[in-house]
Design a protein around this ligand. Structure first.
Ligand code: SF4
Ligand code: SF4
Length: 422
């Protein structure tokens, strides 16, 4: 990538102004509904955090360079240019105060996809050098080492050795011709390796032909989070090459929200070609195994529990019913949160916010929304299906001194598997 500069940033912002973006800006009626949908605004009351305000640099370029009235205003000195100072001032609004959760896009009466525009706006910010250090570091590690947390494949192998010693099961690696290539997030590898064990147990019972790939194990895409299509494309290409090399039919996106958006929805556009395989989210695959009778479970968890919908999985991916179908198979007392499915509130740490230490204080402040959702329910357990959400939920609950176990849905299913000898 060439060196970041204001000029590169402005060019990148200009390039992002396509027909949908122009239509969005010209159709906005300033109703304010998107503000009421954004937890960074509702939990702080700070007008700088309204979704539409976060788009001001992009809006200014659009108005000044793509509309007649804006050009006249600019010529008469009636509008302010987009400067490095403006981008520096807006950087925390665009990165710390937006998890790209997409909730604002759900409520806009004229159909503006505001989250999509903030994602595009980040392209200009990163090209100008205005992006959080934590996210710059994560992107650099993803390119150089293979994962945003700096996890190398030998760390995965270490987890595999533990799992194989504990369970006697095999975790297949680099198996050419397997049906499914399972991706992992480095958050799972380092914090929740139980997920890998759960896959091994479930797939063994269900007779799923699967493998990991030593050259392409990481599912998360730091390029999408920071807003660099170049980096995002390189990371998607790595997965595609790994899948092609092993000749798999499917790639499984793990329990990670934005990984699913990256590999399933943005990936083909980023690399400019169709995949020779299909992408499924792990919950979609597990639900298919349930429907076809290959996911055999026993017993019901009687704890009162609820499910946190990861934003990218429900809003971008539409994976709404699979987690509920699966939960009902193993839990007898499942209750929904007040806003659930596609209107669920974000954990606060998506879109790279969790990789940006500077945003920690704000992230924990806006967690008040999730806390109040949970307070209404008085549950004994919280289930989710995204390692990043899980970590953010644990962190938020600790901050608010709430003792509530958070578990991953895939692991929960594995705990209820009918064992082979039964
Ligand atoms: S995508 Fe989410 S966090 Fe970002 S502005 Fe919209 S509602 Fe707020
Ligand atoms: S909800 Fe839509 S129309 Fe209303 S202020 Fe937000 S972007 Fe504009």
């Amino acid at each position: 990538m060439s060196k970041a500069s204001l000029e590169r940033g402005l060019n990148a912002l200009r390039e992002e102004i396509d027909a949908p973006v122009a239509a969005f800006f010209s159709s906005c009626v300033n109703c304010g509904l998107c503000a009421e949908a954004c937890l960074f605004y509702t939990e702080t009351g700070d007008p700088r955090y309204t979704p539409i305000n976060k788009l001001e640099p992009l809006r200014r370029i659009w108005e000044q360079e793509f509309t007649l009235w804006g050009r006249v205003k600019k010529a008469l000195g009636l509008s302010q240019p987009v400067t490095d100072e403006l981008l520096q001032e807006w950087e925390p609004l665009v990165y710390d105060a937006c998890s790209l959760c997409g909730r604002c896009s759900m409520v806009c009466p004229v159909g503006n996809d505001i989250a999509y525009m903030i994602r595009k706006e980040r392209e200009g910010f990163v090209a100008s050098g205005n992006a959080p250090e934590g996210m710059k570091g994560a992107s650099a590690r993803a390119i150089k080492v293979g994962s945003p947390m700096g996890v190398k494949f030998h760390a995965v192998q270490a987890q595999i050795r533990h799992i194989e010693a504990d369970t006697g099961l095999e975790v297949p690696v680099d198996v050419e011709g397997a049906d499914y290539l399972a991706l992992l997030s480095s958050m799972e590898i380092m914090n929740f390796p139980e997920y890998i064990e759960a896959l091994a147990r479930i797939f063994k019972q269900a007779g799923v032909s699967w493998t990991l790939c030593s050259e392409a194990f990481e599912a998360t895409n730091a390029g999408i989070q920071i807003g660099s299509s170049d980096i995002a494309a390189e990371l998607v290409e790595r997965v595609v090459k790994g899948a092609e090399k092993l000749k798999v039919k499917y790639v499984i996106s793990p329990e990670c929200g934005h990984a699913y958006t990256a590999i399933r929805w943005e990936g083909p556009n980023l690399i400019g070609r169709r995949y020779p395989f299909k992408v499924v989210h792990i919950l979609e695959l597990l639900d298919e195994l349930r429907v076809t009778g290959r996911l055999k479970t026993q017993g019901l968890d009687e704890a009162r529990l609820t499910f946190h919908d990861p934003c990218q999985i429900v809003r971008k991916g539409g994976v709404l019913e699979p987690p509920r179908n699966l939960l009902k198979q193993v839990a007898s007392n499942f209750v929904e949160m007040s806003d659930h499915r596609e209107m669920n509130w974000c954990c606060g740490g998506g879109g790279g916010v969790s990789a940006n230490e500077r945003a920690d204080e704000l992230r924990l402040k806006v967690f008040a929304r999730k806390k109040s959702q949970l307070d209404e329910l008085n549950v004994d357990k919280l289930v989710t299906a995204c390692a990043n959400c899980r970590l953010m939920l644990e962190d938020g609950l600790e901050e608010y001194r709430v003792e509530l176990p958070v578990v991953g849905l895939t692991e929960m299913l594995a705990e209820h598997l009918v064992e082979d000898n039964e």
